[in-house]
Design a protein around this ligand. Sequence first.
Ligand SMILES: CC(C)(COP(=O)(O)OP(=O)(O)OC[C@H]1O[C@@H](n2cnc3c(N)ncnc32)[C@H](O)[C@@H]1OP(=O)(O)O)[C@@H](O)C(=O)NCCC(=O)NCCS
Length: 180
Amino acid sequence: MNKKSDEYVIEVKKADQITSREFEQIYAVETAIFPDDLRESPETMWESISNKKGIYLVVKNRKDGIVGYIFCVPHDDAYEGKQYDRMKDYDFRLEKDVTALYVGNVAVLPNHRRQGLFFRLCMQMIAEAKRAGYKRLTMHVRNDLSPLLQIIGARRFYSVSNWFESGETVDYLKFVIRSQ
Ligand SMILES: CC(C)(COP(=O)(O)OP(=O)(O)OC[C@H]1O[C@@H](n2cnc3c(N)ncnc32)[C@H](O)[C@@H]1OP(=O)(O)O)[C@@H](O)C(=O)NCCC(=O)NCCS
């Protein structure tokens, strides 16, 4: 298979533009990658996609369809929203921030990794967040991935161990979106 990055396109998706086939593909990515304790349910995933102030990007490949995604909801919806209602039990230092967009998750299927899709998804998310008027991105990221985000300018604030009882340690990061 020719693995050139131009085989892939990134699309911004709103809930009303997602077909049931596409949602199946998105959820197949989720189940292929995340263990039970870190996996969204189809309902909470749909809730994120349906958040009108959120941003949802998928990466598609002609052959395999949707092979990855990144999604964000307003930080304060993550702070207080139903789908993340246990977040403060794990990260008691988390504070509200009306100017920020929270990165809920990012994933790329194993066969499509190491071609820069993670960085492309992040860079396009930053551009979309800027267009939507957000001033920063916030995220909890597995600590082995946190250096990748620091490469693009995210700052690490602190770590949280045993995130959602998964045994994983995550870093809390913030990325400031420059105004020009
Ligand atoms: C993290 C993830 C999205 C990276 O996707 P990707 O498209 O392969 O990433 P990129 O190709 O843009 O990677 C850029 C660089 O990141 C590094 N990298 C990629 N995946 C990595 C991983 N799992 N661990 C450590 N470093 C990684 C590599 O240095 C790579 O550079 P390279 O060209 O030297 O290989 C993918 O591995 C994934 O879906 N993992 C499981 C889900 C997950 O952990 N999501 C984050 C939740 S916090």
